[in-house]
Write a protein that binds this ligand. Structure first.
Ligand code: SF4
Ligand code: SF4
Length: 226
């Protein structure tokens, strides 16, 4: 699959996710951005889509990201598909170092996202049924969490050979023109610093109670060639 086919599949995945979540009660509103922190993670495919659609003003924001790489942020040690495999084998996953500083996402200005149209899936799937500021967390139902995991696993599977990491680290990797070119040609041989290689989807994170309800969504996901 070449990069254009992967980007097209990613758009279809986003469209399907919008359909699936269209009827959920969602309290998220414009300028509500408490969840927009430096801890967003994504795949290189989502990062490539993001930089490919940036205008001059957004590119200025991307340039500033490299200057702030010393700031705290969540940097995952394992991918979602790795986590699913570790859990399925009965092993304990490695302990991740979470960041609680709550510093704002580098792409946020005046409580607005500079790249909203091409924001990564990790941002799209933050759908709270109550305002987070009122309850202190994002309130998502168990089935929505299952759906989110399945979509995250599918996007990771699609982006191979590619990588996963924190937004700042993915965008820093793409600021290197050799990496950008190698990635676009489907052959990113060098692993960028702080990013981890994506893994194939071998087992889904789906509790037995959600299997029947999820099946029609899985059928539609399968019809998107990933
Ligand atoms: S997830 Fe919470 S903080 Fe983020 S937009 Fe929705 S309600 Fe606001
Ligand atoms: S990329 Fe945009 S939507 Fe995502 S956390 Fe940053 S500002 Fe928020």
């Amino acid at each position: 699959m070449n990069i254009d086919q992967k980007l097209s599949a990613l758009d279809q995945i986003y469209t399907l996710y919008n359909e699936v979540t269209a009827t959920l009660p969602v309290a998220c509103r414009k300028y509500c951005a408490d969840c927009c922190t430096r801890n967003v993670t994504l795949t290189t495919l989502e990062g490539f889509q993001l930089i490919s659609h940036c205008d001059q003003s957004s590119l200025g924001h991307l340039a500033s990201i490299k200057k702030n790489l010393k700031l705290p942020r969540f940097q995952p040690q394992i991918t979602t598909n790795q986590l699913a495999q570790i859990c399925a084998s009965g092993q304990d996953p490695p302990e991740e170092q979470h960041d609680h500083s709550g510093m704002p996402c580098p792409l946020l200005e005046n409580r607005q996202c500079h790249i909203y149209r091409v924001r990564p899936f990790g941002c799209r799937c933050m759908l709270s049924s109550q305002q987070c500021k009122d309850i202190g967390y994002a309130n998502m139902g168990d089935f929505t969490l299952t759906v989110n995991h399945v979509f995250l696993q599918t996007i990771e599977h699609l982006d191979r050979p590619g990588f996963t990491g924190n937004l700042s680290d993915v965008l820093a990797a793409f600021s290197s023109s050799p990496f950008r070119q190698a990635y676009a040609s489907g052959n990113p041989t060098d692993q960028p610093v702080n990013l981890i290689p994506n893994q194939p989807l071998k087992i889904l994170f789906v509790p037995p109670a959600h299997r029947e309800r999820l099946q029609p969504i899985l059928n539609k996901l399968h019809s998107i060639r990933v």
